[in-house]
Ligand binder design. Sequence first.
Ligand SMILES: [Zn+2]
Ligand SMILES: [Zn+2]
Length: 137
Amino acid sequence: MTKETMSGGCLCGAVRYEVTGGVKGCAHCHCRMCQRAAGAPVVTWFTVTGDHFRVTQGALKFRNSSDLAERGFCGDCGTQIAFRYLKDAGKSIDVTAASLDDPEAMPPSFQIWVGSRPSWMHGFDAELPERKGTTEN
Ligand SMILES: [Zn+2]
Ligand SMILES: [Zn+2]
């Protein structure tokens, strides 16, 4: 995984962020919660540990998507940027790979919650290993 600084932001440009290392992994998530939150069949997330993720412009609006987790998005345009378990606040945060300025910098290496993948997504990244999800949040 890259240790260089990566930047990204939302569709309208109000929220900008920076990742300065601490990347733990990247995965496609097929869960229903992500599908609903993004209005898309799959959301690709990478995990950033510690304080290596920081918002450099604007602010993320956080909303609980369950009792266990919250999702951060641009309050103006709605782009989903972050996910974190409440218990991990300050320790770990997931960031949407497609909100990076250069999504090529963060290729996923596995996928979770494939049971919720729509049948019309057949063949999608079939070579990537499938891991069991914990809970949908
Ligand atoms: Zn925005
Ligand atoms: Zn998900």
